[in-house]
Design a protein around this ligand. Structure first.
Ligand SMILES: Cc1ncc(COP(=O)(O)O)c(C=O)c1O
Length: 418
């Protein structure tokens, strides 16, 4: 069938290929622990009770017509107060845009700031930037990161690539790693952007930062979330934030995202989101506006939710560290935020009992799916090379008991490799 060049050139998702393999095995009656999806099982992690009641009430009150193009004013005001109380950030209702989850905001930022052929710089591994570059025909400048930096980009990694770039896309806590920027590292990147923008003339488009902080409420222990505008207020005109309710309230299907940044950019994004019709449903907006004002309900939900996610992440983390101590070629990075754990399974070149030599991280993953009934996502699905033997485990859809049961299966499967 003849379709557009853009449609023909879109890349499929590697995670969907893994899902296909899992479904085949499930049809044969196998129970696979699915640690692939960046989502929650709502039986384990439901949305806040209060939020659910408010959504039902909004439908009962017939809040079912078109919302305003930039979002219900009451919600933008609630988000403004939330940003002030959580991060000390000052953004008024005109500098905030509501959309149907956060994805439309990311696409709108790209469309508002990047021309065809312009450079977009982003680290690998990272989430979905490659697809947005494809949609825009932008030049993707993929900057590999290192395990010793927790797979976060440093100013030194980025420095050779920012000259003339249109956009630097950053995320912290990061999907897929669950790691975060330290204050010093983010400050150094901010200074790099300030320096680059000083070198451009007034008539040139500056280098903008897309700062995705959708996991910023989900941080653990002493790990503190930082953002470019609080660290370097002079960057305020150059940073557009992506944020929302999907992850912090386990509300991925509720679809309320919020972006914020300089009013003129937010205005262009509003037009773009409007043309896509990618608004957030009005009853959910009305409900979220009220819920965000309920400091106590928000606080107590986040406390319990974070404790449970952290327990799951730490169970898997300690399990991997004890495998490492037993001499297995595995490793894990301390969980810092989000719902992800970064695992190393360094078994390329090893032979399975069936005689297959595992060459790539994809081979290792499929071996574990079949032999340990556990599915992870290799970093190659997030832009890293296929010989990078690091993986994402997503823990929003498993109980601690399920995670504990996975560990002996992984140990047995790895012990069979020679
Ligand atoms: C880093 C990051 N940003 C944004 C999103 C999109 O969230 P939403 O479901 O609100 O569209 C995701 C979802 O997985 C994500 O991981």
């Amino acid at each position: 069938m003849q379709v557009s060049n853009l449609a023909q050139n879109l890349h499929g998702s590697e995670i969907i290929k893994i899902a296909g393999e899992i479904n085949e095995l499930k049809k044969k009656g196998e129970q696979i622990a699915n640690l692939t999806i960046g989502d929650f099982d709502s039986a384990i992690f439901p949305i806040p009770d209060k939020l659910q009641q408010l959504i039902i009430k909004a439908y009962e009150a017939h809040q079912t017509n078109y919302p305003p193009a930039d979002g219900v004013l009451d919600l933008r005001e609630s988000v403004s107060a939330f940003l002030k109380s959580r991060f000390g950030l000052e953004y008024n209702a005109q500098e905030i845009l509501i959309s149907g989850g956060s994805r439309p905001l990311i696409y709108a930022i790209y469309l508002a700031l990047v021309n065809e052929g312009e450079k977009v710089v982003f680290p690998s591994p990272s989430w979905n930037n490659n697809h947005y570059c494809d949609l825009l025909k932008a030049e993707a400048v993929i900057v590999p990161t290192q395990p010793e930096n927790n797979f976060m980009p440093t100013a030194d990694d980025l420095r050779p690539h920012v000259k003339g770039a249109a956009l630097l896309s950053l995320c912290s806590p990061l999907n897929p790693t669950g790691t975060m920027f330290s204050k010093e590292d983010l400050e150094a990147i901010c200074d790099l952007v300030i320096e680059e923008n000083k070198s451009r003339s007034k008539s040139e488009k500056p280098l903008y930062i897309l700062y995705d902080q959708i996991y910023s409420q989900l941080t653990f222990g002493d790990h503190e979330h930082f953002n470019p505008v609080s660290l370097r207020p002079q960057l305020r005109d150059y940073v557009v934030f992506v944020d929302g309710s999907s992850k912090c309230f386990a509300a991925t299907g509720v679809r309320v995202g919020w972006g914020f940044g300089p009013a003129p950019i937010i205005n262009y994004m509003k037009a773009i989101v409007g043309h896509m019709g990618a608004w957030s449903p009005k009853p959910e907006q009305v409900a979220m506006a009220k819920f965000l004002k309920e400091d106590e309900a928000v606080g107590s939900y986040l406390t319990t939710f974070k404790q449970n996610i952290q327990k799951s992440l730490e169970t898997l983390y300690h399990g991997f560290i004890s495998l490492k101590e037993k001499g297995f070629a595995v490793d894990a990075i301390t969980p810092m935020g989000a719902i992800y754990l970064t695992l190393q399974i360094d078994y390329s070149g090893k032979t399975t009992p069936a005689g297959q030599v595992l060459q790539t991280s994809t081979d290792i993953n499929f071996y574990l799916i079949k032999e340990a009934q556990v599915a992870l996502v290799p970093f190659s699905a997030f832009g890293a090379d296929d010989d990078v033997n690091w993986f994402r485990a997503s823990l929003g859809a498993s109980t601690v008991a399920e995670i504990e049961a996975i560990l002996p299966r992984i140990e047995a499967a790895l012990a069979r490799l020679v």
